[in-house]
Design a protein. Structure first.
Length: 522
């Protein structure tokens, strides 16, 4: 049988790229884009050698050979009568890693991939988990309303007092409700990331002190960003102010908690009403919501200035507000940062219940949250891994990057920050994320660590599949970069030009090829 070549999928990606920097405060301005292309330097990967037929994606993410993805029938066949995976989830994860998921069952499958359900759970276990998680989400929403009330009423109500009114907290020990205060990253809507030459330091005394030590299991950054973006003189730049940390026992803690939540609330609302509408095709029930119901949801979260939105967009924005506010309280060290709405929107489109969308998002953020830390150690680590992959795979390309002082791979900042959300179409994004989540789920379950597991799973699962995919993306453009680009800005424009031009399954094949060859060396 002959393996057929896949046709690449392309569509226009949303045009509000995020940015951030390693400097606490910065000014970001625009840069122009271009659209070069080049051939891939990759040889066929292990997954490519399988007999697979790739077709252009339909609006629902499946080609004519859509049965190759994990289908509903196949999905149900994986369980025993009591609802437990027959083999601990090995076949399930293997299928997702190589074929993806039929869109019709994504809402059922994602909680397993994102750790909401254990792979060894029964149906009875999952029913109990759903009940528990619904109640926990409701408590988070009540807590948000308390904070909103104290802000509007100018009265201070501590987190502990809210806990006493609502009863004991039942959240995971790994993500407790702590009294951490946090910061937020902000970035210009029109620019994916700052050029290093455009970063400037703004006086840190512009803001009051805000945040920091915690009982949480999360690491705490030394400083917090505060305040909303301020337009610069040319209306194309934004200043971001920083604030110093406040110890947990500081008398100002209760006051600054309210101030942080007010900031998060304001930015969440701005981002929610600007979300791209490409999700509509993938959620017919939400797309058909009535104007009356949409208005009710908007009013329930205090969303204003939404008259220009279609009912479905109004409804979606209101859901984003509710879920993101709840997450800001759930993980106050991170709170809310611009870019997080990009990660939540696809999840909210698939998961129709707010509490389910919230817990899937929280599972996603267990790893992605490090992208939004003030110290940016998570981002730096990931850029370093991308750099090391390129160095191992293509020494000529790496030497060229060194010559341009771009070996830190800062030009892929946006790809790392919002996990390819700006470079891929909506459905392509879901395909990539699902494979990435399957790898992470396999690692959590200890699947694929043995020699037998690696042979069965082909490329070993890795927590860093996204980074291998990013490196693969750059390696596919290596000829253009080496022969045509002589500055960091040109490479950035090359990366921007990839938006809507990538074949996600080819990208994943190349990423798996890199994992097979370099995983033990990186």
């Amino acid at each position: 049988m002959k393996a057929l070549m896949r046709t690449s999928t392309a569509a226009t990606a949303p045009g509000s790229p995020p940015a951030a920097s390693w400097i606490r405060s910065l000014v970001v301005s625009h840069s122009s884009l271009s659209s070069p292309s080049s051939a891939s330097p990759f040889s066929p990967s292990p997954l490519s050698r399988r007999i697979r037929v790739y077709e252009a994606l339909s609006p629902h993410g499946l080609g004519e050979k859509g049965k190759k993805a994990l289908s509903r029938r196949r999905w149900y066949s994986l369980f025993t009568l009591d609802g437990r995976f027959r083999d601990g989830g090995v076949k399930f994860l293997k299928k997702v890693r190589s074929r993806g998921i039929d869109p019709s069952i994504r809402a059922e499958v994602w909680p397993f991939l994102l750790g909401v359900y254990d792979l060894n759970s029964t149906e009875a276990d999952r029913n109990a988990i759903r009940t528990k998680k619904r109640k926990e989400y409701q408590k988070l929403r009540r807590r948000c309303k308390h904070l909103l009330h104290q802000i509007s009423g100018n009265t201070l109500l501590s987190i502990d007092e809210v806990n006493m009114e609502e009863g004991p907290t039942t959240s995971d020990p790994g993500s407790p409700f702590s009294q951490d205060l946090s910061r937020r990253h902000s970035f210009a809507n029109e620019h994916p990331y700052p050029r290093r030459s455009e970063i400037i330091i703004v006086d840190p005394n512009l803001t009051d002190s805000e945040s920091s030590d915690s009982d949480s299991s999360y690491e705490t950054g030394p400083e917090n960003l505060d305040a909303s973006p301020e337009p610069g003189p040319d209306n194309h730049t934004f200043k971001f102010r920083r604030s110093l940390s406040v110890k947990r026992d500081d008398p100002a803690l209760e006051s600054t908690c309210s101030e942080n939540f007010a900031t998060w609330q304001r930015i969440i609302r701005l981002d929610a009403v600007r979300v791209h509408q490409e999700w509509v095709l993938y959620s017919p029930s939400q797309a058909a919501v009535s104007a009356e119901l949409a208005a009710q949801r908007a009013e329930s979260v205090g969303l204003k200035d939404y008259e220009h939105l279609e009912p479905c967009m109004m409804y979606h924005a209101a859901r984003l507000v509710a879920i993101l506010e709840a997450y800001a309280v759930y993980d106050p060290e991170i709170g809310y940062c611009q870019g997080m709405s990009d990660l939540l929107s696809p999840i909210a489109a698939v998961m129709e219940e707010d509490y389910q969308a919230f817990w899937c998002f929280a599972g996603f953020m267990k790893k992605a949250r490090h992208n939004f830390r003030l110290d940016e150690l998570g981002i730096k680590r990931q850029l370093n891994i991308v750099s090391r992959i390129i160095k191992r795979k293509d020494s000529q390309l790496y030497r060229h990057l060194e010559k341009l002082k771009a070996e830190d791979c800062f030009f892929v900042y946006r790809m790392v920050l919002v996990l390819f959300r700006r470079e891929l179409t909506f459905d392509q994004t879901l395909c990539l994320w699902e494979v990435m989540w399957a790898d992470q789920a396999a690692i959590r379950a200890g699947i694929g660590q043995s020699v037998w597991g690696r042979i069965r799973m082909q490329a070993p699962p890795t927590d860093d599949l996204l980074l291998y995919a990013i490196a693969a993306c750059i390696l596919q453009k290596r000829k253009q970069i080496v022969h045509n680009h002589s500055s960091m800005d040109e490479i950035m424009r090359e990366c921007n030009s990839m938006a809507g031009q990538l074949d996600v399954w080819r990208l994943l094949d190349d990423a798996h090829n890199l994992v097979m060859n370099l995983h033990d060396k990186i």
